[in-house]
Ligand binder design. Structure first.
Ligand code: AMP
Ligand code: ZN
Length: 132
């Protein structure tokens, strides 16, 4: 049995406010939005992280965002920008790949918090990343 809530949304076992769908993906309203018009874009196949996703899907998803969703959000909600974000396993509440499409507005106060105390020197981290 697949207990995944996003698979259930795709199979219409759970309701969603769908904005766009085709054979490959679905875009629907986030039930707990950070800003007005906060959407989620998900593949119709149950895949978990970006490591599972094929490049054709990503290209298609970006095309849908670029040609349909962002223009719609701009036209109808008059957002000033759009933030794309996506959690892979850590911080990923629903283990079905999803891209957050968060319209941005003046004074929306969306913030990305981090712990400066655990930050290392940038150059030290760079050396770890590029060292063979
Ligand atoms: P993440 O923390 O990146 O896994 O985000 C999961 C997102 O899914 C959260 O922002 C939730 O508000 C959203 N969410 C959870 N259940 C539903 C649902 N049934 N319909 C729409 N959005 C949902
Ligand atoms: Zn799923």
């Amino acid at each position: 049995m697949n207990d995944c809530i996003f698979c259930k949304i795709i199979n219409k076992e759970l309701p969603s406010y769908t904005i766009y769908e085709d054979d490959i993906l679905k875009v629907f309203m986030n039930i707990n939005p950070s800003t007005n018009g906060h959407l989620l874009l998900i593949p119709k196949k149950h895949l978990v992280t970006i490591l599972d996703i094929d490049k054709d899907f990503l290209a298609h998803a970006l095309d849908v965002i670029q040609t349909k969703i962002y223009p719609l959000l701009k036209e109808k909600l008059h957002c000033e920008g759009l933030t794309l974000s996506q959690n892979n396993f850590y911080g990923q509440e629903v283990k079905h790949f999803h891209l957050h499409l968060t319209p941005r507005y003046k004074d929306d106060m969306v913030d990305y918090q981090y712990n400066e105390e655990v930050l290392k020197n940038v150059e030290d981290v760079y050396k770890v990343l590029v060292d063979d």
